[in-house]
Design a protein around this ligand. Structure first.
Ligand code: CA
Length: 219
């Protein structure tokens, strides 16, 4: 899942980004409304964590633009104001969810994850392909009932592929949704991580390489 955190308070932005990365999400940070729109234009983010009080362009205006341009990103708006009128106002602008500062970090993570699920086709609670099981809520993977220990990145990569059985996913698409700009943005990164993932999953392999740099998990 690829997330953009738009927050001008740099320490808060980095804290949120670090925490979401720890959950296996690919996270970029923007510190004003203009930069936020520029990034949204270029990159297909799944979720936007949007501070309402942003410089250059306010969070409200960014939210309005997301609606006007028809971008499919889900918006979680963060605001210091917590009155009912403000809540309704934020949702009126097209935010999908709303969180009042200060917030509990586990709640932010849970809401981002819930929005991410809504941004693609509904994902079943536990993903199964052959004898491989992946539980997104528990962040666990097993094969024939034996636990497989994966890094956060390997887990996110496998979850992305297993949520799209039978579909060829390009290395570029994986880079867009599984990695962020802090990572080395090359398709060789995908290849390397996939190699480690395949080795950990063992044989027979469930991930097929298709043509040039495409991958598929068979249903
Ligand atoms: Ca702010």
């Amino acid at each position: 899942m690829r997330v953009l955190v738009a927050e001008d308070h740099r320490l808060l932005a980095e804290t949120i980004a670090t925490g979401l990365r720890r959950e296996g999400m690919a996270v970029d940070v923007a510190t004003d409304g203009g930069e936020t729109l520029n990034r949204l234009e270029i990159t297909p983010y799944d979720v936007l964590v949007l501070d309402r009080g942003l410089p250059v362009l306010s969070g409200d205006e960014v939210c309005r633009q997301v609606g006007v341009r028809g971008w499919p990103v889900r918006v979680l708006m963060l605001t210091a104001a917590g009155t009912l009128a403000d809540r309704v106002g934020g949702l009126d602008l097209g935010a999908d969810d709303y969180l009042t500062k200060p917030f509990d970090f586990p709640e932010l993570v849970a809401r981002v994850r819930a929005l991410g699920r809504r941004s693609v086709a509904p994902v079943p609670p536990v993903l199964r392909v052959a004898d491989v099981e992946l539980d997104p809520a528990r962040r666990s993977v097993s094969r024939s009932g034996q636990p497989v220990t994966l890094t956060a990145k390997e887990f996110t990569l496998l979850a992305y592929l297993m949520a799209r059985p039978g579909r060829v996913v390009s290395a570029e698409e994986l880079l867009d949704h599984v990695w962020d700009e802090a990572a080395n943005p090359f398709t060789t990164t995908v290849k390397t991580t996939l190699g480690r993932l395949r080795a950990k999953l063992g044989v027979p392999g469930i991930i097929t390489t298709v043509r040039e740099g495409g991958y598929r998990v068979d249903a």
